[in-house]
Ligand binder design. Structure first.
Ligand SMILES: C=CC1=C(C)c2cc3[nH]c(cc4nc(cc5[nH]c(cc1n2)c(C)c5CCC(=O)O)C(CCC(=O)O)=C4C)c(C)c3C=C
Ligand code: FE2
Length: 586
């Protein structure tokens, strides 16, 4: 009997150790983490700027949905803190008062804001209404802060995590207390149950953190607040809306689409690093490679691999390549990608005339797609045509542009009508522009024996899961070869820029030029019709690296055909493609 009593006491000690340490430590860790990322100034610093690029975005978290967890964890931390203080003999009465008050408020809030529809009614809607009122009446900064706060609350009120938080914060601790208070004759059972309950609390805390971390990805971040006021355009909007009534009498019926400012054209390109500095390269690569459209690996695993291994090395290796590119591209020590995109935009604007406003935005880096859309909104464009600068569709590029455009559109109450130029991989205007510019260029280079048409690659499994990219590339390559009158054995298609360990589309460009060199071919030309603007992957990878591979294997010269860039042929063709898309709007 004594032996049993002894074992029971030991068991109790173990359980209370578990409960105090494990529970306390998880609560503290989680509370510090959540409180840091969601509270006040820390929130603004870490959460997101206009482009959703703060630390939260990098970690893959969304602002509002985490507030529920934050409150729960912060309350848990307070409760844990007060009990820790209590152990250090701080006057018991005041502590008890603090604990009871904090708990009562927290339980009330959590209960009301969890699944319970009454909670949603009581808290969600009035708060949303309050935010709208504030947004209408208060200053812009005040309105923004209030709206963000209310949005967070509204999200919390409808969050599934509320229920789990309630279970973790209220019911399980109650069970723990009840178990601790039970009689000694049930010691063993109590020990087992206590351990189960404690483990459940630890699991709930950890899984809630992991779930919020993995479910929400940076691309799905809601940028800025959706209640932002746009009063500057009100008078203009009223006039244009009523114009049809003035023109057609009181019924206001107009069979044509009413005019809505100039037509906006949003030219979207991939983006690049602003300078070859390692910090800038790292930031660009992080934003690019954390896009779930580009790398399809669970973000929490991928962010560890990317930040732990890839970026620390690649920011220097790619930095050196960018250094060489910026110096050699002949674009005034800046990125050729930005230089040519900007010139292309100006030229297309000139072709389209004053009924259009043309702006460009980068999917990653600056100027962003969000800033370009904002510029079109400021010019009162109620209709916008999006031109992704990718002739061949790929989920990794084209769809990522779609994601970003619509994510940015969420900022506005009055979202313009949006049309998207479909993939134009075999559009006659695009093919003819390539054939014309390539013919002019190749006329200066005689005795070319083979033509390599090189596209950026993608992992093979993306294609096997439905990405049509290689079919589009093949169609483009065939159309160009036909336009250039190349015979079947004169040209070949290949894919470049392999990244990572997965198998990518084949044949690879570097292996192709190596093989051509070994076969005794002396002069080849490389065309990159998938890249509309010259960049690292064309000028450096083909013009320098693959040229060296070719020469090292017996070749004499690799001639790199420049991309369409801002050539007159291409700007005219692009303007025609855009105008075709604007049918019925002009
Ligand atoms: C998984 C990785 C990548 C996929 C998928 C991918 C697809 C893809 N990319 C382009 C166009 C460009 N990519 C550029 C650079 C670049 N691409 C990747 C990785 C993937 N691309 C990396 C890591 C880089 C950075 C450069 C480096 O460190 O090697 C660029 C050039 C940008 C520049 O700064 O000059 C372009 C353009 C397409 C069209 C595409 C899928 C069809
Ligand atoms: Fe790429």
């Amino acid at each position: 009997m004594q032996e049993f009593q002894h074992r029971t006491e030991e068991c109790e000690r173990a359980v209370s150790f578990d409960t105090a340490r494990v529970d306390g430590a998880t609560q503290l860790g989680a509370a510090v983490f959540w409180a840091a990322v969601t509270s006040g100034a820390g929130y603004r610093l870490l959460a997101h700027d206009e482009q959703g690029q703060g630390l939260l975005a990098l970690l893959g978290l969304q602002d509002a949905a985490q507030l529920g967890s934050a409150v729960h964890e912060a309350v848990g931390f307070l409760v844990w803190g007060t009990s820790a203080l209590q152990r250090n003999q701080v006057p018991a009465l005041s502590l008890r008062f603090v604990r009871v008050a904090v708990k009562a408020a927290a339980w009330l809030a959590l209960t009301a804001m969890s699944y319970c529809p009454v909670g949603r009614l009581v808290f969600g809607r009035p708060l949303r209404r309050l935010a709208i009122t504030c947004a209408q009446q208060g200053s812009a900064a005040h309105a923004g802060a209030m709206a963000r706060f209310a949005r967070a609350f509204a999200a919390m009120a409808t969050s599934k995590q509320g229920l789990l938080a309630l279970l973790n914060a209220a019911i399980l601790p109650m069970l723990q207390r009840a178990l601790r208070g039970a009689g000694t004759d049930t010691g063993l059972l109590r020990g087992v149950l206590g351990t189960v309950v404690t483990s459940l609390r630890v699991i709930l805390t950890v899984t809630s953190a992991v779930a919020t971390y993995t479910q929400l990805r940076p691309a799905h971040l809601v940028p800025s607040n959706p209640w932002e006021a746009e009063p500057a355009h009100m008078e203009y909007l009223r006039k244009t809306a009523l114009a049809t009534v003035h023109e057609h009498g009181d019924d206001g019926i107009d069979e044509n689409t009413p005019a809505g400012g100039p037509i906006g054209v949003l030219v979207c390109n991939l983006g690049t690093t602003p300078t070859p500095r390692a910090t800038d390269v790292a930031q660009f690569l992080k934003e690019f490679l954390m896009d779930p459209r580009v790398v399809e690996v669970a973000p929490w695993v991928w962010s560890m691999v990317l930040n732990g291994f890839i970026i620390p090395i690649r920011k220097y290796t790619s930095g050196q390549l960018y250094e060489r590119l910026f110096q050699n591209a002949g674009t005034g020590n800046t990125s050729p990608l930005v230089h040519h995109t900007s010139r292309f935009t100006q030229q297309v604007q000139q072709h389209l005339g004053s009924n259009y406003v043309v702006e460009y935005g980068m999917r990653y880096g600056e100027p962003s797609i969000g800033s370009a859309l904002a510029a079109l909104k400021r010019r009162e464009c109620e209709r916008v045509i999006v031109l992704p600068k990718y002739p061949q569709y790929s989920g990794t590029t084209t769809a990522s542009i779609y994601d970003e455009v619509f994510a940015c559109a969420r900022r506005y109450r009055f979202v313009p009508a949006i049309r998207i130029v479909p993939p134009f991989y075999s559009h006659p205007a695009y093919i003819q522009a390539i054939v014309a510019t390539a013919s002019q260029f190749l006329a200066q280079h005689s005795n070319i024996e083979r033509f390599v048409i090189s596209f950026h690659g993608i992992p093979e499994r993306y294609h096997l899961r439905g990405d049509p990219y290689p079919w589009h590339c093949e169609a483009t390559a065939r159309a160009i070869a036909a336009g250039m009158c190349w015979s079947k054995d004169q040209w070949m298609l290949s894919y470049q820029s392999v990244f990572g360990k997965d198998p990518w589309l084949l044949p690879a460009t570097d292996a192709t030029v190596e093989e051509l060199g070994k076969q005794g071919v002396k002069r080849i030309a490389v065309l990159c019709p998938g890249f509309l603007t010259d960049c690292l992957e064309t000028i450096d990878e083909n013009g320098t690296e693959n040229a060296n591979v070719f020469k090292e294997n017996g070749g004499e010269e690799l001639v790199l055909v420049p991309c369409l860039n801002s050539s007159p042929e291409w700007c005219e063709a692009a303007a025609a493609i855009i105008q075709h898309e604007a049918r019925g709007w002009e």
